[in-house]
Design a binder for this molecule. Structure first.
Ligand code: NAD
Ligand code: MG
Length: 400
């Protein structure tokens, strides 16, 4: 039980992906509790001015920026303002600030496959890891969960659905793996808003613009996950994520469209009891829950006005309208390197869509073609996973 025993007060946090949507929400919660939390390191890919402002406010020991030119600019700007924050650059530095001996908690909020190695570094160092980067579990779930156990790390889900499921499960001790069957849970009801195109005429999906795809009705998020929500690939990635987090099979998870995003997910016990977690759609709730777990702290999220909300709807997902969801379910069932290939092809397709080089309705075809080109293997090592990722990106880029 690496957590809590020996945890410092205030607890020292590294935020991987501090400049993003989850990173900003995490810093908002941190700022509400200066007695409990202290920032050790903040990281960003290239938006150095955002990181600069965050460093001036939170005074971390380190700031890591992946882009070398941005690193030079950030270092100069911070120095000029008398900041003591040391600026580091590059992938290795991300892993160092994630695994550093003086860190208690790591928020893993880099988007995409780029998050895998730094998140794994935090896991291997036995940290309390708050996992927003679902792609790392989708790519390498078996190796990742094994590493959690081997290192005695504490893995807490930030994804709102998985955090809700975690909250509906019986309490576990720090460092214990979650196990659905052992908990008497027979089914997970994974809720999905359905995104901005739930009711849009299917024939017009070819005309969707990046801004339309990123205009989520309930959640404000980064652009990649917003597109994934619009295609419902996000729910497919979350299905794989849930299988690893809660040690269950895809068949034990029902995906339920719930457009209001008030119920964040549910679990059904063997006695027929169904427990749900509700709240306003604001990521500061799961972030504060995981940061303070097993205690509770104020997150800044407003009370849920259930009377104003008045009604909650539920329907089954339409796999014809959302072929990305079908592909993800198939990949979850196929196992092996299929989810890693799906994830890599999806990252290429979404990036191309955001750059207006691929139509929205062409995203699933590119992923499906990539999946059908590459043979699956058992993901026995990180090398195998990274190889599948590289191969899938190369195939998808070629097919673009
Ligand atoms: P975002 O695009 O707003 O932020 C991404 C962060 O990752 C930024 O800080 C960026 O600088 C960093 N980054 C991107 N590419 C990088 C690279 N190659 N190397 C290093 N850093 C890099 O994304 P977000 O919405 O905050 O999502 C972050 C993660 O959390 C994603 O995996 C997403 O699926 C997950 N998540 C987000 C939400 C949400 O509400 N935003 C909800 C659930 C899960
Ligand atoms: Mg989610």
């Amino acid at each position: 039980m690496a957590l809590l025993v020996g945890q410092t007060n205030p607890s020292r946090i590294t935020i991987l992906g501090a400049s993003g949507s989850i990173g900003v929400s995490t810093l908002d919660v941190v700022a509400r509790h200066p007695d409990r939390y202290q920032i050790f390191a903040l990281t960003a890919n290239s938006r150095w001015q955002v990181l600069q402002a965050q460093c001036l406010q939170h005074q971390p020991r380190y700031a890591v920026i992946s882009d070398p030119e941005s690193a030079v600019l950030l270092q100069a700007a911070l120095k000029a303002q008398g900041s003591k924050t040391e600026v580091l650059c590059g992938e290795q530095a991300l892993q160092e600030v994630a695994a550093h001996a003086d860190v208690d908690t790591v928020m893993a909020a880099i988007v995409g496959a780029a998050g895998l190695l730094p998140t794994l570094a935090a896991v291997r160092a036995g940290k309390k890891v708050l996992l927003a980067n679902k792609e790392s579990l989708v790519m390498a779930g078996g190796l990742f969960t094994q590493a959690v156990q081997d290192a005695g790390a504490v893995l807490l889900p930030i994804d709102s659905e998985h955090n809700a499921i975690f909250q509906c499960m019986p309490p576990i001790a720090a460092g214990q793996p979650l196990d659905m069957a052992a908990a008497g849970v027979r089914k997970i009801l994974l809720t999905a808003s359905g995104g901005p195109f739930l009711h849009r005429d299917a024939g017009s999906l070819k005309d969707v613009t990046p801004d339309e795809a990123c205009a989520h009705p309930n959640w404000s998020m980064g652009r990649k996950i917003s597109v994934d929500s619009a295609s419902m690939m996000n729910k497919g990635l979350e299905l794989v994520e849930a299988c690893w987090l809660f040690n269950c099979q895809p068949a034990q998870i029902d995906i339920v469209i719930h457009p209001q995003s008030v119920i964040h997910s549910m679990v059904e016990y063997v006695d027929g009891s169904v427990l749900a977690q509700l709240g306003n759609p604001d990521m500061r709730t799961p972030i504060a829950h995981a940061m303070a777990w097993p205690e509770r702290i104020d997150s800044g999220v407003a009370s849920l006005d259930i009377i104003a909300q008045a009604r909650l709807d539920f329907t089954a997902p339409d796999l014809k309208r959302f072929p990305c969801l079908r592909l993800a379910i198939e990949a979850a069932n196929a196992g092996q390197t299929a989810p890693a290939i799906l994830n890599a092809a999806n990252e290429v397709a979404v990036e191309a869509f955001l750059q207006e080089r691929l139509r929205f309705d062409q995203i699933p075809a590119l992923i499906e073609e990539t999946l059908s080109t590459i043979s699956l293997t058992e993901p026995v090592s990180l090398d195998v996973v990274q190889d599948a990722d590289r191969q899938a990106r190369a195939v998808a880029v070629e097919k673009l």
